[in-house]
Write a protein of this length. Structure first.
Length: 330
């Protein structure tokens, strides 16, 4: 069976105007694949990176890394999903900006009945990112209740999940955000402290909050604009976990800097390394589903755009006008 689906595609890297609504042909799943009909689609900064060309991908490109929906067909060898299953995913290759798609099954998980489709679409990429950061991307000796951590963009989709999850783990999360309103939002979601980076020097405030000691780990999705001061926020042997480039890619630097600043550690982490196998993906998703179903983490969806308005959604995301999670609706 072959059918048509609305999809958002680009023919070349560039601005939001490059995204066009097209009709694509969708066929049957092959071995290891499923066909899924989407109910809601997640919007993430990685979509911007792929659209703009910061992450280079072959053209033409159908965008989108995250969605939820109903499994319509299952290819040979797929045993963890069945036709009719409610499902959600964060997955490569891109293609979630669509009504219907065929895709690899390994990163698709059954969505628990207690989680609705919009929440499922909004939580997978951002929630799994928070999971691998707080549970797997750890400084020497790990993190214990009471430890301070610094989390940039704390009022964003990943940030608000991380604020809540850190509170559940007993951590003292110091969040940065770009307005008093966003700082208040971070505090309401579990941040012990919130710093308005447009009005305050976040390095000075981190030192003040920690009595001059600094933090054990900085989680930084901003990139170029925060990199150097993030290093200076760390205790000796501290870890800077860079996981995004919202302000642009970090410039090359001499590794010796890490030594002079206190024998620091630096990692450039990616979600897709952590979910490279079905087993690891499922274990991380189960952890995420558990904290959401328990109510320790609530997924806040602050923006909804019809798929046809995806250009505006990208403009608002890049202008940092959004808070929490954003979804595209069908």
């Amino acid at each position: 069976m072959t059918t048509t689906s609305k999809a958002i595609r680009i023919e070349r890297h560039g601005g939001p105007e490059e995204m066009q609504l097209v009709q694509v042909q969708v066929g049957e799943p092959g071995p290891g694949e499923i066909r899924i009909r989407h109910k809601a689609i997640g919007l993430n900064f990685i979509d911007v990176y792929q659209r703009s060309g910061l992450y280079q991908l072959p053209m033409p490109l159908q965008l989108g890394m995250e969605a939820s929906g109903i499994v319509e067909a299952v290819g040979a060898g797929v045993t963890h999903l069945a036709v009719g299953d409610r499902a959600a995913y964060a997955s490569q290759p891109p293609g979630s900006y669509s009504e219907l798609r065929v895709m690899p099954a390994k990163n698709v998980c059954r969505l628990p009945d207690g989680i609705d489709f919009e929440t499922g679409a909004a939580m997978m990429l951002k929630g799994l990112t928070a999971q691998y950061l707080l549970k797997k991307t750890l400084p020497q000796g790990g993190l214990q209740p009471g430890d301070h951590v610094l989390f940039h963009a704390a009022a964003g989709g990943v940030g608000l999940i991380a604020c809540q999850w850190a509170r559940a783990l007993g951590l003292q999360l110091i969040g940065t955000a770009g307005s008093p309103e966003k700082c208040q939002l971070a505090r309401e979601h579990g941040a012990a402290h919130a710093i308005d980076y447009k009005r305050e020097d976040f390095l000075a405030r981190v030192k003040e909050i920690t009595g001059g000691k600094g933090v054990k780990v900085v989680y930084d999705s901003i990139g170029k604009d925060t990199f150097e001061k993030s290093l200076d926020c760390l205790q000796p042997f501290g870890l800077l976990a860079s996981f995004g480039n919202a302000s642009g890619a970090v410039s090359p630097f001499a590794p010796g800097v890490l030594g002079t600043k206190g024998s620091l550690y630096l990692t450039r982490a990616t979600l897709f390394t952590h979910i490279a196998t079905r087993e690891s993906n499922q274990a991380m998703a189960d952890d995420l589903f558990d904290v959401v179903l328990r109510g320790d983490v609530k997924i806040r969806i602050d923006q909804r755009y019809p798929l046809e308005q995806v250009q505006q959604a990208h403009r608002d995301l890049e202008a940092r006008k959004t808070t929490g999670c954003t979804i595209l609706t069908l």
